[in-house]
Ligand binder design. Structure first.
Ligand code: SF4
Length: 241
């Protein structure tokens, strides 16, 4: 079997809090977020034999305790992710998936087969606002919102929800309040968006949100959720009480 493979970070401590994880990137995604920092993985192919990736996981297992599958959208390559998650499990590694939530039934199957321990799910905008969601994902917001809602429900016992804030796109207190009201009471991470890393020129005119602005958003989210974290370039991860 071949994997449309985007690359590897051999050891990351920021993708899964408290774990040292190898991150495996898959190519392709059904969405086109204007800020996508991995946009170069979305169009071109790079097919590699799955055994090559298994071998990288096997070599990493002495240095990491988890594998995170990311992308692109890793669940698009469903047979491949099932097979690699099973391989990682046999190597006694925890398995996490970073997903946009567009394939809830695939997430359900991975959970039912005990192939995923943690799902990091992007809620990119208020689910109650499909028009804004369309703008943020560059695709059909109404359809995506309904899929993301299903994914949230299916994964709620092993979920971390993430929102990345960008000035000029998702940067209103009401946006964060609406998201915090809609999601289950799981860890919620508000991430600092860096427009320079994405393909959209218009967004690049806006400055990077400050740590203080993220703290303010987190305090709003804390009114509805027990565990809220901000992630910034300058200060890393901080739990906001
Ligand atoms: S869902 Fe993720 S990988 Fe897909 S376009 Fe958006 S940011 Fe990029």
């Amino acid at each position: 079997m071949e994997v449309n493979f985007g690359g590897i970070i051999p050891v990351s401590t920021i993708d899964w809090y408290g774990k040292a994880a190898m991150v495996v990137f898959f190519r392709k995604c059904p969405l086109r977020c204007p800020f996508c920092q991995n946009y170069k993985l979305l169009d071109e192919d790079n097919l590699v034999d799955i055994k090559e990736i298994e071998s990288k996981i096997e070599k990493a297992k002495d240095f990491v305790n988890a594998v995170v599958f990311s992308g692109g959208e890793p669940t698009m390559q469903f047979e491949q992710i099932k097979s690699l998650a099973d391989f990682a499990k046999r190597c006694k590694l925890f398995v996490g998936i970073e997903t946009n939530g567009c394939y809830p039934e695939r997430l359900r199957e991975l959970i039912e087969k005990n192939l995923v321990d943690k799902v990091f799910l992007d809620v990119k905008a208020p689910l109650s606002d499909p028009d804004l969601y369309s703008k943020v994902i560059g695709a059909d917001g109404a359809k995506t919102v309904s899929l993301v809602r299903k994914s949230l429900d299916i994964c709620k016992d092993r979920l971390e929800v993430r929102t990345t804030v960008f000035k000029g796109l998702i940067f209103e207190k009401e946006h964060i309040k609406a998201i915090a009201e809609e999601i289950p009471d799981v860890t919620y991470v508000i991430q600092q968006g860096i427009p320079e890393q994405g393909p959209n020129e218009e967004l690049k005119q806006y400055r990077v949100p400050s740590r203080d602005e993220l703290v303010e958003f987190a305090r709003i989210a804390r009114q509805f959720l027990s565990h809220v974290i901000i992630r910034t370039k300058e200060s890393g991860e901080e739990v906001i009480t």
